[in-house]
Write a protein that binds this ligand. Structure first.
Ligand code: VG1
Ligand code: CO
Length: 543
């Protein structure tokens, strides 16, 4: 088999963001674009020679062809073996599990996660390290550096490898092992949860609806929820992964999972609803007439962890990303365990999980996970909820009411302004940054600001410091406004405004979040000048 060494030049802008490199699909399909980045992954991580990798993706447009390119490049650079999900499919948590279980050196996940897919939408490539987690900043920096000095890449001349059936094939001197994407993941879930209890709950007439949003969790949810746990056929909807996610936006939130919301708030609603994103690492939880905000979901999982077999011995600690609400902190305090605050992005949880400092982690963006893998895990969160509901024998709304009665309620919302002019967004952030020091002590829209700062993270495990991770404004009485720019978008800038307020009055636990947060929302606009600087009168997405 011939190895071609193809001359190339650095391509600008191949800098991984919050979660891998994401670009419009046509950008990824440009000559050398994917090849350059993959070669930079090898070059930035000590070469592919003798290594074993895991490879899979969320089934989006171009993923099948990208997989073949990556396989040919791995073979050309002397990799020993690549373990690939059948039809190049693997959810992100399943890939993380396989990397760990098979002791692979790393993995490549082809996904732009919750971003839409298709010929004119988004594509992405993410590199995970041997612990199964997203490469930390130190590694993504090396990969980015490598993209800037590339002069050539290596690729073999070969036909496509057959990925349509499980089995082991060869590509030059490299083994390609095609595996069932679901089997190992299902085995892991069986080891964590009480499947018998969940089976009994479902057999007792508890009705669920899981919306896979035409993305990768379809086959996983079908096999586990319907196949193993006995949910009636049809409980999992939109279960067939499609290259453009059925023309939808595979982001599990009340806006994009509209059908699920309608079903859960409509007549004859099921008892439990859930959805996942493109690559299966996010989850949305919704009860009958009861949407659970992701930050609250994380807090509920922590508070109920000992009901789950795998966590019956208690949690070592918990962690949340900085913009995530502090509902989790209140649970951690009650449990007497540490609660870490990290920058946005799952890569920052890796060290805490590896060091055994945290068992559960989560983000306000519908990501929750534990030390069972090194990624957030959508279906895991769904099974966690089902297991805890089976134990508590309560509705989702009752669990939430109990939770707030015990810990108080952190009213929370995120307002996203999408595809904002990049320069205007940068100016907004810069102006706010410069004014932070003067904000303390001032009263804005009737709220007194206590402290305002820019978040930086000192990793307690490896001592690394990550700066400029979001602007925070704390107001009196436990209010908080956080602003940051997204690192996963592919068009202009996305401004994220995170709004939070603590309520401890037992009579005020069932308010409408936007109303409960009205004063905070007004203060955020006044402080940051969102309307005037972006020209937008309202957010595109409210979660
Ligand atoms: C967003 C979320 C963040 C999440 C990231 C990847 O990042 O805010 O919490 O970790 O997406 O999620 P950003 O930089 O756009 O705010 V996913 O499901 O893409 O893997
Ligand atoms: Co995702």
């Amino acid at each position: 088999m011939t190895v071609h060494t193809v001359p190339t030049q650095p391509i600008e802008g191949q800098k991984p963001g919050t979660s891998g490199l994401r670009k419009k699909t046509p950008v990824f399909m440009q000559p050398h674009y994917l090849e350059n980045f993959v070669q930079a992954i090898w070059n930035g991580t000590g070469g592919a020679e003798g290594k074993t990798y895991v490879l899979g993706g969320d089934g989006r447009y171009f993923g099948d062809r990208a997989a073949q390119v990556i396989l040919r490049m791995a073979a050309a650079s002397g990799a020993k073996k690549v373990i690939v999900g059948q039809n190049a499919l693997l959810s992100t948590p399943a890939a993380s599990n396989l990397i760990r279980k098979r002791r692979a050196d790393g993995g490549i996940i082809m996904s732009a996660s919750h971003n839409p897919g298709g010929p004119t939408e988004d594509f992405g490539v993410k590199y995970n390290t041997g612990n199964g987690g997203p490469a930390p900043e130190s590694v993504t920096e090396k990969i980015f550096e490598a993209t800037k000095t590339l002069t050539e890449y290596r690729i073999v001349d070969a036909q496509d490898v057959d990925l349509s059936t499980p089995g082991t094939r060869t590509l030059g001197g490299m083994q390609v092992e095609v595996v069932d994407p679901v089997a190992d993941y299902a085995e892991l879930m069986r080891a964590i949860f009480d499947f018998d209890k969940i089976r009994a709950l479902l057999a007792g007439g508890f009705r669920i609806r899981f919306d896979a949003m035409h993305a990768v969790t379809g086959p996983y949810a079908k096999a586990i929820l319907e196949g193993e746990l006995g949910a009636p056929a049809g409980s999992v909807v939109n279960a067939e992964p499609s290259p453009d996610f059925g023309g939808g936006h595979p982001d599990p939130n009340p806006i994009w999972a509209k059908d699920l919301m309608a079903a859960m708030f409509g007549p004859d609603a099921p008892d439990f609803g859930a959805a996942s994103d493109g690559d299966g690492d996010r989850n949305m939880i919704v009860g009958r007439n009861c949407y659970v905000t992701p930050s609250d979901s994380l807090a509920v999982l922590a508070a109920n962890a000992t009901l789950i077999p795998a966590y019956a011995g208690g949690l070592k600690g918990v962690a949340r990303s900085m913009p995530t609400s502090r509902a989790l902190d209140r649970v951690a305090e009650a449990l007497g365990i540490a609660c870490y605050e990290t920058p946005t992005g799952w890569k920052f949880f890796g060290n805490l999980l590896d060091a055994g400092r945290a068992t559960l982690c989560g983000e306000e963006s519908a990501g929750t996970g534990s030390d069972h893998v090194r990624e957030k895990d959508g279906l895991w969160a769904v099974l966690f909820w089902l297991n805890l509901l089976a134990e508590r024998r309560q509705s989702v709304a009752e669990v939430m009411a109990d939770h707030w009665a015990t810990y108080g309620r952190n009213y929370y919302s995120r307002h996203d302004y999408e595809a904002v002019d990049a320069a205007a967004a940068a100016e907004l952030m810069q102006a706010l940054r410069e004014g932070l020091a003067e904000l303390s002590g001032r009263t804005v829209a009737g709220l007194r600001v206590e402290v305002a700062d820019e978040f930086a993270y000192d990793d307690p495990v490896d001592g690394s410091r990550t700066e400029a991770q979001g602007l925070r404004i704390m107001t009196e009485g436990g209010g908080r406004i956080v602003l940051r720019l997204s690192g996963t978008g592919t068009e202009g800038a996305t401004l994220r405004v995170y709004l939070e307020r603590v309520e401890t009055d037992p009579a005020r636990m069932q308010d409408e979040p936007q109303q409960a947060l009205a004063a905070i929302i007004a203060a955020a606009d006044e402080i940051a000048g969102i309307r005037t600087r972006t020209g937008r009168t309202q957010p595109d997405v409210v979660t």
